[in-house]
Design a protein. Structure first.
Length: 260
């Protein structure tokens, strides 16, 4: 009787524990999305130290993954993995892809990897398709800011599933992050490793609070978005077809500030 009472108590406690965020997805089918990344890094929007050459402002290729809550590509205020470090500093994807593949093999937390071509200027669009699974409805990705010490934009664990259905469309404004592995303040800073390594932090108009910081605009309350990502669910008739880029609504993205 004692053992039975303990067992019932344990089972009752377990049933009351919170479930994972993606466990609530009850959609029956796979879902395919077109993901469109739009760079908004213009000289008008971000005039301070804007890179014009060697190299000019641009974006690396986009590397992403669909996964469950058991996997994390990167998280704010946590330490970047070696793969994320290599990607954020040099745009090298091999280590990060190996980490993703190993996570998928060990705990079945990854459904698929996707990538989109680089953008050769600070503004422009790139796109690709991704597939989400009811047990793997989360999307994460990174895009390196080029040139920069270890700065990137991306999304961490965006859930495309709402209960029993997939979201038709979702758009997210993106802001710069520091991977915490290089201590440079400016876009063209030389390589200067951060020892000990710091956590991933969001770069704002006041943090790092240093006049040399390329994103330091003390007269602003917040930075304008440096990029935007849109994910559109594809209908069955659209699968396998190349979709045109989306003309996103025009929004003011200019910094009104006096910069020396």
């Amino acid at each position: 009787k004692v053992i039975w009472t303990v067992l019932v108590t344990i089972l009752g406690y377990a049933s009351s524990l919170p479930v994972g965020e993606d466990a609530l997805c009850t959609a029956e089918e796979l879902a395919k999305y077109r993901i469109i990344f739009t760079g908004k890094w213009s000289q008008t929007a971000f005039p301070k130290q804007y890179p014009l050459y060697r190299p000019p402002a641009q974006w690396s290729s986009l590397l992403g993954v669909t996964h469950s809550s058991d996997y994390s590509m990167w998280k704010k205020n946590e330490y970047a993995s070696n793969g994320v470090r290599d990607f954020a500093e040099k745009g090298e994807a091999w280590a990060l892809m190996k980490e993703i593949e190993e996570a998928g093999e060990k705990i079945q937390s990854v459904h698929g990897i996707f990538s989109a071509p680089a953008i050769s200027s600070g503004t422009g669009q790139t796109s690709t398709e991704l597939e989400a699974h009811p047990r793997h409805p989360l999307v994460s990705f990174v895009v390196r800011i080029v040139p920069s010490p270890d700065w990137f934009v991306g999304i961490d664990s965006l859930n495309l599933c709402e209960g029993g259905h997939w979201m038709d469309e979702v758009s997210v404004d993106l802001f710069p992050y520091d991977a915490g592995t290089d201590s440079g303040f400016t876009f063209s800073s030389p390589n200067f490793a951060t020892i000990p390594q710091d956590t991933v932090t969001e770069i704002t108009c006041s943090s790092p609070s240093h006049p040399a910081n390329s994103f330091y605009y003390p007269k602003l309350k917040i930075l304008p978005p440096i990029a935007q990502v849109t994910m559109v669910k594809l209908k069955k008739s659209q699968l396998g077809l190349s979709a045109p880029f989306i003309n996103l609504p025009a929004k003011s993205n200019e910094i009104i500030d006096t910069v020396s």
